[in-house]
Design a protein around this ligand. Structure first.
Ligand code: ZN
Length: 161
């Protein structure tokens, strides 16, 4: 019987992630499958759900809606702030990311617009509001160790901590 992906299995897979425009926004390292512990929210929920039951060697196109991916776009996370609030030695440009204190603690914001003395920053995940288009191939499936199950994540190559 071939192994199937189920809760408590460590899964290694290779993937390419494209956005709605067909641009590749992320992919696994060449020859180095990404490993995660299935059933422990290590990866976006929509992807985890659709990988369930797949077998070693299987390939699939997986589409994930924003709600089960990086969230819907939240307008309330877009702020206009005075440029004076930023480090003065930085030449502010769209695309730059900063760590900021938000209502729920630290968050990463991306500069989306710089206009004179006002900077627009966006605290949404860069892929918020996007459908995710994954091409996945399952490379390996194994039982998780006792310790991995306790910690809720993979200990790659015998790594312990
Ligand atoms: Zn651990």
């Amino acid at each position: 019987m071939p192994q199937k992906i189920a809760n408590g299995k460590v899964v290694g897979f290779t993937y390419t992630l494209k956005d709605d425009q067909g641009q590749t926004v992320d992919q696994s390292q060449p020859q180095q499958p990404f490993e995660y512990l299935h059933g422990h929210q290590n990866i976006v929920s929509g992807l985890e759900k659709q990988l369930d039951g797949m077998e070693e060697g299987e390939e699939r196109k997986v589409e994930v809606a924003p709600e089960e991916g990086y969230g819907v776009f939240d307008e309330s996370l877009v702020f206009r702030v005075p440029a004076a609030n930023f480090p003065q030695d930085v030449d502010l440009k769209p695309g730059m990311q900063f760590q900021s204190e938000g209502p729920q603690g630290a968050m990463v914001v991306t500069v989306t617009e710089v206009q004179d003395d006002v900077v627009t920053v966006d605290g949404n995940h860069p892929l918020a509001g996007q459908r995710l288009h994954f091409d996945v191939k399952i490379d390996s499936i194994r039982e998780a160790t006792e310790q991995e199950l306790q910690h809720g994540h993979v200990h790659a190559h015998g790594h312990d901590h």
